[in-house]
Design a binder for this molecule. Structure first.
Ligand code: NAD
Length: 425
């Protein structure tokens, strides 16, 4: 089963609960449009390489397509289809007036010079131009893309009406919203706090005292911001990792994430950070201070946060997960069959479509500010984000409780109800 087929399984399950009509299900199980592109990259030595690109415009019943652009050598059509499908669900949950879209470039940007990266990003925007725009399709950053890349892309549209609103996730000095950089992590934190409130009330999960322990896989935009916010709010972040591996604090005191972030910036990888300042005092080795990504997923912690790639918890390792809660900050980190194993083992899974929807919520605020020529304060952004995340959580929790379904199926039920209302056919 490929990743897109796995994503559709949840649609099928939720449709059954909703008794969704066959015709609606048929329409939602296929993207409205898939676009494959060929993007020229001029290397610094003057040679041209052609790079494969994708944009999937899954569904626009709720508004213009919206979703990130990923630069990664493993990007393919099935992955982009799954990611755009999840965007459709996510946008419905946080009630932003957008449909689902996603795109990607089959490239490893770490092999490019800064100039090469800029050229291929600008070319990608040019080739995409007939298919995107503020009222058509609004891309944003994802894995290996950031505000600098969004700024270059937006610059290619200069002179068109509302050109800044063509992309979100831009730098604040270039029409970006305050708070967008940390929005996905902060949105996740807001949901996690609500969840813990409910669980404590129900006394259904026995968290470690008042300071739950957390392990986070992935230390990019999402993982590192989430780690920082959790550390600042009294959670004990005892393990973090990036693509090369990670560090584990066996004494379970929790890392000082500011120090870890500083070290990662200096060294370029987390595995080199097990012995930095106070990190060294509290870091205890699993194997010479370095923990593998697979070991991180199996740690005995309260909360496990996959915040890197999809399909990291599969039927091969799901039985080894010891965390009480799996909180999906990455898109699709738990495969469909692993999801069933975790549920069976009594592990609460908070689905990606809810957990990481803070990013697109603030992207919507950015788009809105660009369209209306407004500048919101950071306080306003945070307040509006909190409102939307808490509303989505409460509505999903209610369905989860009343219909005795997993949080994931509850989220899908809610999204499908909203899509059904706007169904055109
Ligand atoms: P990023 O490029 O900033 O960071 C990715 C991190 O994952 C890096 O630390 C990288 O080293 C690590 N990583 C990559 N491959 C890995 C592997 N095989 N094993 C372990 N770690 C690995 O990307 P990001 O924006 O933080 O996105 C992370 C996840 O969150 C993705 O699934 C993305 O789709 C999702 N997401 C991102 C946003 C956003 O606003 N950026 C919003 C919603 C969801």
């Amino acid at each position: 089963m490929n990743i897109f087929e796995g994503a559709l399984l949840h649609l099928k399950k939720a449709s059954k609960h909703l008794k969704l009509s066959g015709s609606l299900f048929l329409q939602l199980q296929k993207p409205q449009r898939t676009i494959q592109l060929n993007i020229p990259l001029r290397k610094d030595d003057g040679q041209i390489e052609m790079i494969r690109g994708y944009r999937v415009q899954y569904n626009n019943w709720l508004g213009p397509y919206k979703g990130g652009l990923r630069f990664h050598s493993d990007v393919d059509m099935d992955e982009v289809k799954a990611l755009s499908f999840w965007m459709m669900i996510k946008n419905a949950l946080v009630e932003v007036p957008f449909g689902g879209g996603k795109g990607g470039l089959e490239i490893d940007p770490k092999n490019l010079s800064e100039k090469e990266l800029e050229r291929v990003s600008r070319n990608f925007a040019d080739v995409l131009a007939p298919n995107i725009g503020p009222q058509i399709d609004v891309p944003a950053p994802d894995i290996n893309t950031n505000s600098k890349i969004m700024d270059w892309m937006a610059d290619q549209f200069k002179g068109r009406p509302n050109y800044l609103a063509t992309f979100t996730g831009k730098s604040v000095g270039n029409g970006g919203s305050k708070g967008r950089e940390e929005a996905t992590g902060l949105g996740g934190f807001i949901v996690l706090e609500k969840l813990i409130e409910k669980l404590k009330f129900k006394k259904s999960l026995d968290f470690a005292a008042d300071r739950p322990t957390v392990a986070i896989q992935g230390f990019g935009n999402v993982g590192s911001n989430m780690a920082k916010i959790l550390d600042q709010n009294g959670y004990k972040v005892v393990a973090v990792s990036d693509i090369k591996g990670g560090i584990y604090n066996a004494e379970r005191k929790g890392f000082n994430i500011d120090l870890v972030r500083k070290c990662k910036l200096e060294k370029g990888l987390l595995a080199g950070c097990y012995c930095i300042g106070s990190v060294c005092d509290s870091a205890k080795k699993i194997d010479e201070g370095i923990i593998s990504n697979e070991e991180l997923l199996q740690l005995d912690v309260d909360i496990l946060i996959p915040a890197a790639l999809e399909n990291v918890i599969t039927n091969k390792n799901a039985d080894k997960v010891k965390a009480k809660v799996v909180f999906e900050m990455a898109n699709g980190p738990v495969s469909a069959d692993a999801d069933e194993i975790l549920n069976k083992n009594g592990i609460l899974v908070v689905p990606d479509v809810l957990a990481n929807s803070g990013g697109v919520t603030v992207s919507y605020f950015e788009w809105y500010q660009n369209m209306k020529d407004q500048r919101w304060s950071l306080e306003k952004v945070k307040m509006e984000l909190k409102k939307r995340m808490e509303n989505a959580f409460e509505a999903i929790w209610k369905i989860h409780q009343n219909q005795n379904v997993s949080l994931r199926i509850a989220a899908y039920i809610l999204a499908l109800q909203r899509l059904k209302e706007k169904s055109k056919y």
